[in-house]
Design a protein around this ligand. Structure first.
Ligand code: KG4
Ligand code: ZN
Length: 352
């Protein structure tokens, strides 16, 4: 069963064709990084306009790469992420998906973008056959799911990929936002997550060089707070009140130490909440997803926690960590099988 999935929630325009919720036949992603870099973050109106300009081309490319010449005959459904995200961006993808579903007379499937991030652990990319091939049925539920991205830091008790309960979330910045801001403080560029990761590793940063505060909140809290950590990095690099100097005063080694120490603190904060959740909720596996799950230190820390708790860990292949259409088409298969079909009145929801 082939499903076309559209992703336009933020700054990636993506379309993908996935077979039976697992095999990714095509996954075309047009990143808008170049458009937003000069602003140091995503500008919603610019993003929505860029989706509008490129979506049809991206869909054509995704169909072509999957060898789909007659979509009305070959596709089983059209899926779209209709929440959460930037409202103008969601509207572009949702309107397009409705048009395709109507024109091809196919079921329309509405997907929650955050839930789809967790589903990406079971996607199979034929171009990376060496990656462990999980079967969808091999993920034991209930599980704990951690979605960490530029827009979300949320913890879920997961009963199935489309039946999950949020048990913790950030009270201020998302963890990806903290990575992006720390990269800006270090004058590394945008988006900052991969640059911090590279500098910490390639620059020989010492994760124990600086002791930044890990804000764990109250003893029982499963929520996150990253603004204190971000401010601590700002004061460390720029001096008191963040205004006395800037990152150009640091040596390359000092910069790498800041990157590695920040990254370790962020990973520790995430692990602490997973550990607390595992003590309170029955769980047979750990799942992570979202752009920040591409981070090497966080992948290693979650893997180590899984070994300590004797729980299998499911981590997405790198190319499915950041926003992509494949995760939308993938989870839509499960929704279609369980009869969760939307109609052409489908609305977009910015926050959930
Ligand atoms: O999932 P995503 O593409 O978009 C949202 O749904 O928000 O996540 C983007 C975020 C950005 O903040 C980016 O800096 C971060 O993921 N990111 C990383 C890494 N790769 C991407 N953060 C840390 N380490 C990485 N290797
Ligand atoms: Zn995302």
């Amino acid at each position: 069963m082939l499903i076309l999935g559209l992703e336009t929630t933020c700054d990636e325009t993506s379309a993908a064709v996935v077979q039976d919720g697992r095999d990714v036949l095509s996954n075309v992603v047009a990143s808008q990084i170049g458009l937003h870099a000069k602003f140091g973050g995503v500008v919603p109106e610019v993003a929505a306009r860029a989706h509008l300009e490129s979506l049809n081309l991206i869909v054509d490319e995704a169909l072509q790469r999957a060898h789909i010449t007659r979509p009305a005959h070959q596709l089983a459904a059209v899926a779209v992420a209709n929440c959460p995200g930037l409202i103008g961006c969601l509207l572009v993808g949702t309107a397009a998906a409705k048009a395709f579903a109507f024109a091809w007379q196919k079921p329309l499937i509405a997907v929650n973008h955050v839930q789809a991030h967790l589903y990406s652990v079971v996607l199979q990319d034929p171009s990376t056959p060496s990656f462990p091939h999980f079967l969808i049925s091999s993920v034991p539920f209930p599980a704990l799911g951690l979605v960490i991205s530029g827009g979300h830091s949320s913890l879920y008790h997961v009963h199935s990929f489309h039946n999950l309960r949020r048990i913790g979330q950030t009270q201020d910045d998302a963890v990806g936002e903290a990575f992006d801001k720390v990269a800006a403080i270090l004058q590394l560029g945008y988006p900052g997550g991969p640059l911090i990761d590279q500098l910490a590793k390639g620059g020989g940063g010492n994760p124990l060089a600086i002791k930044f505060p890990a804000g764990h909140l109250e003893k029982d809290s499963l929520n996150f707070s990253f603004s204190g950590l971000k401010t601590a990095v700002l004061y460390h690099v720029n001096g008191k009140q963040g205004r006395q100097r800037d990152a150009s005063a640091l040596t390359a080694q000092q910069k790498a130490d800041v990157a590695a120490s920040f990254q370790k603190t962020a990973a520790d904060m995430l692990i602490e909440k997973l550990r607390r959740a595992a003590a309170r909720f029955p769980a047979r596996a750990l799942l992570i997803g979202g752009g920040v799950s591409a981070n090497s230190a966080i992948r290693a820390a979650v893997t180590a926690l899984g070994a300590e708790l004797h729980l299998p860990v499911f981590i997405p292949p790198i190319q499915f960590c950041t926003d992509n259409g494949a995760m939308i088409a993938g989870i839509a298969y499960e929704l279609l099988l369980s009869g969760q079909i939307a109609d052409l009145n489908l609305e977009t929801i910015a926050t959930i």
